[in-house]
Write a protein that binds this ligand. Sequence first.
Ligand code: COA
Length: 169
Amino acid sequence: MIELKPISILDEEMVECMHLSVTEEQYDFVAPNSVSLAEAYDINKKAAENSEGSRVNPYAVYKNGEMFGLVMIAYVYPDNNVGFEAYYDEPYYYLMRIFVDKEFQGKGLGKEVLRLAMEKVKSKYLGDANWCFSSYVPENTASKRTFASYGFAEDGRVIDEESVCKIGI
Ligand SMILES: CC(C)(COP(=O)(O)OP(=O)(O)OC[C@H]1O[C@@H](n2cnc3c(N)ncnc32)[C@H](O)[C@@H]1OP(=O)(O)O)[C@@H](O)C(=O)NCCC(=O)NCCS
C-alpha cells in the first residue's frame, strides 16, 4: 500500500527523509530532501507573516510502512511574494517536488506517487484552481515521462532552466 503522510522539517521523520537519495546522474535534477523541506518551511513561514495565501505541503511517501519518497504540493497566487514564479495569472497548483529513492525507482512508484498527489490536487483542497503546473530539467527523461504518462502536456516555456508542463484540473 502506498501512502502520503504530511511531513515538515520539524518532524522527527525528517531525518529518515533526508537520507533518501537519487542516483549521481540525478543530482542536478532535484534538491536533497533536507533542502526541499527547509524551502517549504521558509515559504510557509513567509506566507504566514505576509498573510499570503500561497503555501506548500510536503508529504513523505511510504510503501507498506517504509518511507521511499517525497512529494510537495504547492498552491500559488500569481502575485505572491514568497518566491514562486507566476506561471499563470490566476491561483494554480504546482507540483514542486517529486522524489523517489534510487533503490525504489523504475518500478512504477513515481507514477503512483503522482497519481496520489493529483488526487489531492483535483480535490482542490488548498483552494480553487483550473491548472496544475510542474517543471523539470529538460534532460530529466524519467520526470518528463512520469508527467507525460499522467497526461501533463508541455507548456512550451522554459523558466529558470526548467521545462514547464501543465494539466487542466
Ligand atoms: C522522476 C521519478 C520520480 C520517477 O520515479 P520512478 O519510480 O523511477 O518512475 P516510474 O517507475 O513510475 O516510471 C515513470 C516513467 O519514467 C520512466 N523512467 C523511469 N526511470 C527512468 C530512467 N532512468 N530513464 C528514463 N525513463 C525512466 C518509466 O519508463 C516511465 O515511463 P513510461 O510510463 O513512459 O514507461 C524518479 O526518477 C526520481 O525521483 N528522480 C529524481 C528526482 C527528480 O528528478 N524529480 C523530478 C524533479 S523535482
